[in-house]
Design a binder for this molecule. Structure first.
Ligand code: PGA
Length: 253
């Protein structure tokens, strides 16, 4: 089912598989229509299925990634790129090593930088030089974060260093040996970077995301729920499975 909530188009889908396929189809058509597309990419467990679909489409010759450029939303700080928990490693494992993207077209904040202030400026400049993001893929944290823009008193604009929330550290500990190994900081695109994208697609699945999806779509726009700012964007598509969309379904019945 497809509904409109304010400016946002919401697809209430049956399963995680359907979210993954629809998101992959959106990315693939973006790249087909504009082979030199600049894609904004996300990590976490949610987009794994989308990346698998994109790899399958590539293997079937349905999409060519040779001219795209990519910018990832965020990276832990500090972290080495070859650390299996880094987002650089994740992107390589889930997508980049399986497709024909050029290495020099991949951008991920450098979590091993010795000057994080400069790294943030360089990242902003590289995005600007690329002409901005055509299609940004987003997940959402249980606390409403997008990228690592945690709930805050104000919206951070450009790429910046973030102190991770206790809840985010706890949520992400499942990927590490123990919670104490989760880095306490990250480098993240800011809200301006995300809002400057021409198109945005946000994916969420599972019951743990039901409450935050209701807040994001029906609540007031507030930096306490960073994803709520997407209500102000012109071209946002949200893809939800049954569980993540449960509260939204109750609004429309
Ligand atoms: P998840 O993370 O996909 O692992 O739920 C989403 C996020 O924190 O943005």
């Amino acid at each position: 089912m497809k509904i409109k909530i304010g400016n946002i188009t919401v697809f209430l889908l049956d399963s995680y598989d359907m979210i993954s396929k629809r998101a992959a189809a959106m990315v693939a058509s973006q790249v087909t229509v504009k082979p030199k597309s600049v894609l904004g990419l996300a990590t976490g467990s949610t987009p794994v299925g989308m990346y698998q679909e994109l790899v399958k489409m590539y293997q079937k010759d349905e999409v060519d990634f040779s001219d795209i450029r990519t910018f990832n939303l965020d990276e832990y700080f500090p972290i080495q790129q070859d650390n299996e928990q880094s987002y650089a490693y994740y992107m390589n494992q889930n997508l980049f090593s399986h497709i024909n993207i050029k290495k020099e077209s991949i951008h991920i904040p450098n979590g091993a930088t010795s000057d994080v202030g400069i790294e943030c400026d360089v990242y902003d400049k590289a995005m600007e030089d690329a002409g901005g993001i055509d299609l940004q893929v987003l997940g959402i944290g249980n606390n409403g974060h997008i990228g690592f823009n945690e709930p805050n008193l104000h919206f951070e604009t450009g790429t910046h260093v973030v102190e991770l929330d206790a809840g985010t550290i706890q949520a992400n500990a499942r990927f590490f040996q123990s919670e104490s190994e989760v880095p306490r900081q990250a480098i993240s695109m800011g809200i301006r970077n995300i809002m400057n994208a021409k198109k945005i697609v946000l994916l969420a699945n599972g019951a743990a995301k039901a409450d935050i999806m209701e807040k994001m779509l029906y609540g007031e726009v507030s930096p306490h729920v960073p994803a709520s700012v997407l209500q102000l964007h012109r071209d946002v598509t949200v893809l939800l499975d049954q569980e993540a969309g449960a509260k939204i379904r109750s609004h429309i019945k």
